[in-house]
Design a protein around this ligand. Structure first.
Ligand SMILES: O=C(O)CCC(=O)C(=O)O
Ligand SMILES: [Fe+2]
Length: 323
């Protein structure tokens, strides 16, 4: 059932009907499929996010534990995370699919190489990077040896979402950042390599729109299809944490929410920690190459907790709990 739906939405000839894809911009049409969630916590703030009291949060009825937050990011927030994903997180020691290609001289940063040489070959080849505990795509095992510090800003952002939604004690320890072209797909899979399978998984989307499929714990369940647009946040928790999911299609978005410059792009009250990057984001010339990337690409940041509660590190031999 998952495979059939994936194939259906991926098809170029004939193109699929998108009528049944849950559209959180048009919830009136999907009231039988989604339920609005009212949060207990409505105060607290974080850089680059609109006030919590304005968040629109839904649960998909067929997929308990799948929580959707309609773009809670400000324009500046979307720009900030885009710059971080392209210019900073792609640097070593973080791992990337570009590493084995040996195309980047060790002492250089490939984003700058692309921009300075006006050569976007590397950028087009970029598919993923990993942060914190690096996911080993062959063994599907995280190890203590294959690990770097997790970026503080992204950790703080994710913990802010976790606390707001009532998942206290969440630690951001690993992330995969996926980079999609308009013709990219991500086939159906489950994320089960983490030692901690109770902690939710947080997904942040930027740029072009994905059709995201979420099925059941076996491939026999027909998945729900939903649009994930720039800024949207998805949390896979509880019963949904180990469910099959994938991205059969990217659709070109007709709005650019990262380019609405009427709001916080002119704000001055930014803490030191975020200032250097936000200064870049506010400068239309410096921001341009990042905006150009988003206008034909999608970035997805997928943050996980790896260790169980109370666990200090992974034992590389057995991947067993060492406390
Ligand atoms: O791109 C997405 O929305 C999903 C990415 C994902 O499932 C993953 O990285 O494991
Ligand atoms: Fe996944």
């Amino acid at each position: 059932m998952f495979k059939e739906s994936f194939k259906y939405y991926k098809s170029k000839l004939p193109l699929p009907s998108l009528d049944n894809v849950i559209d959180f911009n048009n919830v009136e049409k999907f009231t039988k499929k989604v339920t609005k969630i009212i949060l207990k916590v409505t105060n607290g703030e974080f850089f680059g996010l609109i006030p919590i009291s304005e968040w629109e949060i839904y649960e998909v009825d067929q997929n308990p534990g799948l929580i959707f937050i309609k773009n809670p990011f400000t324009t500046l927030g979307q720009r900030y995370w885009t710059v971080k994903c392209l210019q900073e997180y792609t640097k070593k020691p973080n791992k990337s699919n570009l590493d084995p290609l040996n195309l980047v001289p060790d002492n250089q940063e490939w984003w700058d190489i692309c921009q300075n040489n006006n050569d976007f070959t590397l950028l087009e080849k970029l598919r993923w990077i990993t942060l914190g505990y690096h996911h080993n795509w062959d063994t599907k095992i995280y190890t203590e040896e294959n690990k770097n510090d997790f970026p503080k800003d992204l950790g703080d952002l994710t913990v802010f979402f976790a606390n707001t939604l009532g998942y206290s004690n969440f630690n951001a320890e690993a992330a995969i950042v996926n980079y999609y072209h308009l013709d990219s797909t991500l086939s159906g899979h489950t994320d089960h390599s983490e030692m901690n399978l109770e902690a939710p998984l947080f997904s942040f989307s930027l740029g072009q729109t994905a059709i995201f499929l979420l099925g059941g714990i076996s491939k026999d369940t027909k998945p729900s299809a939903m649009f994930l647009r720039s800024g949207d946040v998805v949390i896979m928790s509880k019963e949904s944490r180990l469910c099959y999911h994938g991205v059969p299609k990217i659709v070109k978005s007709n709005t650019k929410s990262w380019d609405i410059t009427n709001c916080d792009v002119n704000s001055n009250e930014i803490s030191e920690e975020y200032k250097t990057v936000t200064d870049l984001c506010k400068n239309s010339t410096l921001w341009r190459p990042y905006g150009d990337y988003l206008s034909h690409s999608r970035i997805n940041i997928n943050v996980r907790q790896v260790l169980k509660r109370g666990q200090k590190r992974l034992n590389s031999e057995s991947n067993e709990n060492v406390t």
